[in-house]
Design a protein around this ligand. Sequence first.
Ligand SMILES: [Zn+2]
Length: 338
Amino acid sequence: MIIDCHGHYTTSPRSHEAWRTEQIAAHAEGKAAPPRPSISDDEIRASIVNGQLKLQQERGTDLTIFSPRAAGMGHHLGDATTSEAWAAACNELIHRVCTLFPRNFVGVCMLPQSAGVSPRNCIAELERCVLQYGFVGCNLNPDPSGGYWKDPPLGDRYWYPLYEKLVELDVPAMIHVSAACNPAFHTTGSHYLNGDTAAFMQCLTSDLFKQFPTLKFIIPHGGGAVPYHWGRFRGIAQDMKLPLLTELLLNNVFFDTCVYHLPGQELLAKVIPADNILFASEMIGAVRGIDPESGHHYDDTKRYIEQLPFSPTDKAKVYEGNALRVYSRLSARLASAG
Ligand SMILES: [Zn+2]
């Protein structure tokens, strides 16, 4: 089985996104949000059959771990109340997709984060999604201020109440920023990759995984700059008299394969142990075009994996085994979907 651990509902019905615009406008005017639109199963089916499902079938992957549109999380907009209502609406749609296509999609939730608001606020929605919807993880935004980094780093006790719940539920978090509202950062070109790199360094300089030995993070987009600068990170850890990165971080931190060219994937596979790499494409997402050099979509990442010198055992780990290990609840979820 080929499990794509990183997909977003970027093709959700327009009325869903339109409601978000209305909700934020109402909040700015101090009014109550309008009622949420009713969205039919047929609208949801059409958005998936002609989108993510079609690409799964064309590219030969089997299952996508599916979450709300990341740039749309918008934790810097509105306040804690609007974030709660928006997260609930987005997660409910993901649940409906996963119910309509139980063999192709398994849910991961977004959290109702808000800049400056305790992550404790996210616990109820996380629990609801995992226990009622059968979701297998969450996306955790390390910068709810959208490019201004106003909240404490991930190693800070500020985040502990959420980590305690993640550990209790035995679900991992993908560390994933949302849209940048700081004009210095392009959302997918710099903010996403900065977020990945910053999150890794925040883990490196904290005792987070000593405090939470079973907490698991997936750092997406191939880990941002991490594999390319692995020597720098090893050197900094050495100067700080820290253990080897393999001991310090690699029992808890995993990287996906959302790197959109072969040389980048080769580097990832050379630097990061196969046990820590999870197959992913983030389709349909950040980069939608066709690479004129290869003639294939940039985000058709399976094509790169097929060209890497993985042993059959390692390839099976990257495609399936690691995802089943990191998303501990996934096996049970798949069994229930037949
Ligand atoms: Zn993403």
